[in-house]
Design a protein around this ligand. Sequence first.
Ligand code: ZN
Ligand code: ZN
Length: 288
Amino acid sequence: MKGWDLHCHTVFSDGTYSPTELVRIAKKEGLQGIAISDHDTIAGWDEAKKAAIVEDFPVIRGTEITSQHDDKNRHVSVHVLSYLYDCEDEHVLNLYAQMRKRRLERAQLMVEKLSQDFPITWESVLEQVHEGDKTTVGRPHIADALVAAGIYENRSLAFAGAISAKSPYYIPVLSPNVADVITALKNAGGVVVLAHSGATSRNRQLLSDNDIEFFAKECGLDGLEIFHRDNSAEQRARLSTLADRLGLLKTGGSDWHGLGKPNKLGENTTDNETAMEIIHRGRIRLLP
Ligand SMILES: [Zn+2]
Ligand SMILES: [Zn+2]
């Protein structure tokens, strides 16, 4: 048995496979279970639940929310994984609606800028969205529109070029405060884990031990994603020591995006005991 992959994206955000395909592939790979964790949306949950029943394969419903931590010296983008929360909770729904609105506005502004130099339009970006209104339109779709227009050979090259965070066309998204996000999700009964918080490639500055201690003690943070390709051996050791000290769960996941990224499903996993604890803590049950 290969453990649980608790970090997987589908077409409902920037992955390339449907939740049903995700479940089938995970089952074939011999994983014990998976979590669907699309960016800032629960839109894939219904399909994921149906696939779990049809394939008789455990699926934890979750989300990865982009948030922001700012203090005097630190401005850190923080990805918050949250599992098995009540998705009809009013605070959580408001949080998501607000975030999707911000992302959409940002994407429109970027396309406006790009369209002055490249043959793309907002319509050509929307053509790259495969799940209509249910998907959070973002940079991957703009990248795909640039590929479709023949500017780049593939999505990765577009991300290294005009879509890059260093590009003059880039516009940052304003994200909600991390403590507010954790608190809202905890209030909705979620099990909350900070994703890849040792990823020096993603942030100039990382969350400090004190920051994480605050989230654990004041906001009810449940765990840290330690086993992730972007956490170095040194960072894994640091986060693991910290998790032990604070009594936090230690999780792992591949951050799978199907064909959109090189990450292989199950390349990092969470052990069965930890997955069971998450299922035990979550407000909603795995199956209805
Ligand atoms: Zn992430
Ligand atoms: Zn992710």
